[in-house]
Design a protein around this ligand. Sequence first.
Ligand code: 8YV
Length: 316
Amino acid sequence: MAIHLAAISAMQPFVFEELRKRGFVVHEVQHGKSWQEWVRELAPVRDEIRGVLSGGMSGLPRELIEALPKLEICAIHGVGLETTDLAAAKARGIVVTTAPVLFDDVADHALALALAACRRLVEADRFVRAGHWRKGRMGLGTSFWGKRYGIIGLGRIGSALARRLEGFGGQIAYCDPVPKADVGYARYETPLALAAASDILFLCAAGTPGGGPIVTRAVLEALGPRGVFVNIARGWLVEEEALVELLASGRLGAAGLDVFAREPEVPERLLALDNVVLAPHIASSTQECMRRMGECVIANIVEYFAHGRAVTPVSY
Ligand code: 8YV
């Protein structure tokens, strides 16, 4: 009997094609934005679904677990787990897998945003296209090399970023609840202390459920008018209103933002600011990374249903 899967997150078409080729029935409801929509659309097949294909943002909410009585596995196309109810999955014996193959691409993107913000690269592009060069020189940027780099969250993305930053001849420091014994970087107890000692602050922390923002107004103020803030983690980990206000008033120097509190909504005021580089949550959006993540989802589903064990399960 064919195994039914529900795809609630967007991924490359080859993932569904490959799974269908292998005999799975894939129900695509990934255009839905909330668990209520997924549950409603999956209602006619709720007793058939044995696997969910999800993403780092959509995860596996408790309500979806409750709505799918035959669910055995959720393969996440990403690494975010903040919307996945791991306790509820564990209680039902549902295997949850992630795609831990995006760290280098996300680190590249963090670096790209930081460089673009410091060197005013996006503004420079607009300047040339608008023909302003004929009338004069553009304003000065800020050096990126040799600075004090602060990383909030020295996990796999933060560590991949730190390795890259080593080539820029500055000082690397971090803030993480778990001290990393094997790195030579200074560790600060709080994001505030780290921000006060940084020129460029990178947010690379996981979006733990239940916690409030960790990059508060005070953290951004401590970074200051010459400071640069880069976020490739989650928008809701930052006090977004304060971020906008401080950027607009020049009390924070610049920012490179890939994520926002209410995606795909971006605060209107940011659109008019030249000291912020905006990206639509694309840190893992390279062809190579999407291919690797898709292959990881396929491998987890195929292995699990063939041999009862997944390739990259989350331990809970
Ligand atoms: C994407 C992410 O949102 O993995 C995550 O947590 O934020 C991103 O990689 C998405 O999961 C890619 O499909």
